[in-house]
Design a protein around this ligand. Sequence first.
Ligand code: S3P
Length: 450
Amino acid sequence: MHSADTSAPRPRRFTAAGPLTGRIRVPGDKSISHRSIMLGALAVGRTRVTGLLEGEDVMSTAAAMRAMGASIERLPDGEWIIDGVGVGGLLQPKQALDMGNSGTSTRLLMGLVASHPITTTFIGDASLSKRPMGRVIEPLSQMGADFTAAPGGRLPLTLRGISPAVPISYRLPVASAQVKSAVLLAGLNTPGTTTVIEPVPTRDHSERMLSGFGAELAVEVAADGTRTIHLTGEAELKPQTIVVPGDPSSAAFFVVAALLVPGSDLVIENVGLNPTRAALLGVLRDMGGQIEELDRRDVGGEPVADLRVRHSMLTGIAVDPAVVPSMVDEFPVLFVAAALAAGRTVTTGLEELRVKESDRIAVMRAALELAGAMVTETEDGLIIDGTGGAPLQGTPEGGAVATHLDHRIAMSMAVAGLASRAGVAVDDTRPIATSFPVFEALLAQASGAA
Ligand code: S3P
């Protein structure tokens, strides 16, 4: 949400509807959309993007890149055209950059600004202003940028970038694609070789797209899986034509909904299946979920398929913590699947969930309990004893799930509402527009209510 948004919360009760059937298409991938705008804005010439996610988070990125000199326009047919300023060509913005709810915009743009001679302030909404920025301040300070942040390394934050910055070799202390990307993007305008070492692989959209735009980038993978990424600056980026695949993190809500609602048989078209993003499907299949991949193909350098999902009886499992980075955003909706499964689901290694748009461990524990599920919170995960397919009770009259400005809590609990007796009330559906503005319309369409 825009940090100055004063609109009233929009509560809604999500209730059981018909089975999910037919074909739907989810909007473009959020991670890829952010990156296509940023790199398009740094290329010399005109980049064209189709399938861009037109959610609030991506619009925050677009507004910031415009404020720093790029021209970014939407054509009437939905194609976006971006006229870039060239690496090193970003201008000093006249006002603070409002990042709204978007951690990805904030952390990646901090990287871009760090190696330009720009001083700017980043602000955000109440959720974003609680999130830790120290994880990017640290490496970017090593490169020579200077920061004044609110206590705890939070927004509002003022960044004084430097040019030329110093190339560094940085080993990621947390498995974070945002931190990796911030350092690599800072490396674009830094003479010499910037290196990021990631012991645990995270989403690799930045690497794929940087190579696609012509940056000099090399990746080494060690026998133990450690990835070392070298980027040589100062880079010259060539404009591209980009097709953004559908967002697997958005598709996840419909995958789980179709698995849970009896009679469902739904096709979700054009879902991105980059292996660094797709672990949820494997976990759900291990639980007994019937999910087929149809027409596997390549879209814009990313693997894509249509998913056919049928109602299934799920069984609880222990989720291997090694898959966490490849489904880090999907745990809230996995918890909902677990709440309806037979037996116990145990999740561990989820510390990072506590610093997302909300503390997703505590918030989902409270939300699912309110809806009648059996949940135990641990330091690094949830233990959930499922109903064995019986619908959840739903939230009591007068009680509503607190979503804490977190889109994924709102959408996950909407899915829980479909599999409940009394329905699930959520206190605010506005945050859904950050990543999936058409979620409610697609839900109505798939469940035959539209
Ligand atoms: C993202 C990385 C992840 C993810 C976020 C998008 C990205 O965050 O949760 O929704 O586009 O790089 P972390 O880097 O904090 O894990």
